[in-house]
Structure formats: structure tokens, C-alpha cells
Write a protein that binds this ligand. Structure first.
Ligand code: FE
Ligand code: FE
Ligand code: MG
Length: 166
């Protein structure tokens, strides 16, 4: 980014780039977790759940793009190898070993709750020092809150279905 663009950022730019790279690692892992979950998920309501997982995967990939663009703009380098994702991640990765709908949805809810905490913390970090990153972080946070809400609604429908089944 231009000298002035970088100059207006208060605080430690290298530290900020590191935080954004940690979030970038999270987004790739979340993307893959949803993408693979959508392929293997099985059980009642499979079609609706698959559609939701596919949609969320696309959102996580878009988030990765937003973070990488900002890192480059700040003069940083987006994480270069997938091996580093595991070193950098805040929220980790849960392999969809059990394809049952409920298990997959619960794993992803856990991931979203960690993402919400991560972006809430990041928002606080840049609120006073970097309005552009703040806007990006809040936009992503808004999506993560929606993701959690969507998945909790799926879980609720699932429980209701079981309850009224027999
Ligand atoms: Fe995301
Ligand atoms: Fe999400
Ligand atoms: Mg959704």
C-alpha cells in the first residue's frame, strides 16, 4: 500500500498482519471443514443441511480473500503454505469423521463460536487505530454471527423433528 495509507495506521502494523494471517488460516480451515462436511453429511434433512454448508463454505472462502487482500495492502505476505495453517490457526479444524447431520452441525457451531470470539477480539484491537481493517473485521463478524444462528436453527429443527416423530 502507499506510504501514507500505511502511515495512518496506529499501532504495530507487523503485529496486525500477524493477526490477519492467523484469521486467514482459520478461514481456509473453516472453508475446508464446511466443503468436506457438505460432501459427506448424511442423515435426516440432508438436502437442506448440505445447501447451508455449501453456502457457508463459499462465505469462508470469501473471507479468506478479504483478509489476504488487506494483508497485501498493508505490505504483508499472506500465509504461503497450508502447513502453516495449523501453526497459525485460532480455531483449529475438526475433521468430519462422523458424517451424521447432528455431529457435523455441532462441530461447525463450535467453529463459528470461536470465529465470533476471534473477530470480536480483532475488532477491539483495531477499532481506534485502523478503520479500514475494522470495517473488514466487522463485515466478517456479521457473517459469522449469521452462520452460528443458521446452524443453531438447523439443530433446533432437527431436535423438533426427533421429538415429534413417534
Ligand atoms: Fe469466516
Ligand atoms: Fe463462518
Ligand atoms: Mg447460512
Amino acid at each position: 500500500m502507499g506510504t501514507r495509507g500505511r502511515g495512518i495506521i496506529g499501532g504495530d502494523v507487523d503485529k496486525l498482519i500477524e493477526e490477519l494471517n492467523k484469521a486467514l488460516a482459520d478461514e481456509w480451515l473453516a472453508y475446508y471443514q464446511y466443503w468436506l462436511g457438505a460432501k459427506v453429511v448424511a442423515g435426516p434433512m440432508r438436502e437442506g443441511v448440505t445447501a447451508e454448508l455449501v453456502e457457508h463454505a463459499a462465505d469462508e472462502l470469501r473471507h479468506a480473500g478479504m483478509l489476504a487482500d488487506r494483508i497485501v495492502q498493508l505490505g504483508g505476505t499472506p500465509v504461503l503454505t497450508p502447513e502453516q495453517w495449523y501453526d497459525l490457526t485460532n480455531c483449529g479444524y475438526e475433521p468430519p469423521e462422523d458424517p451424521y447431520v447432528r455431529t457435523i452441525v455441532e462441530q461447525n457451531i463450535k467453529g463459528e463460536q470461536c470465529a465470533i470470539d476471534t473477530y470480536q477480539r480483532l475488532a477491539g484491537l483495531v477499532k481506534e487505530t485502523d478503520p479500514l481493517t475494522y470495517n473488514i473485521v466487522v463485515e466478517i463478524l456479521t457473517d459469522e454471527v449469521e452462520h452460528e444462528d443458521d446452524l443453531e436453527a438447523v439443530l433446533e429443527d432437527f431436535e423438533l423433528m426427533l421429538k415429534h416423530k413417534g
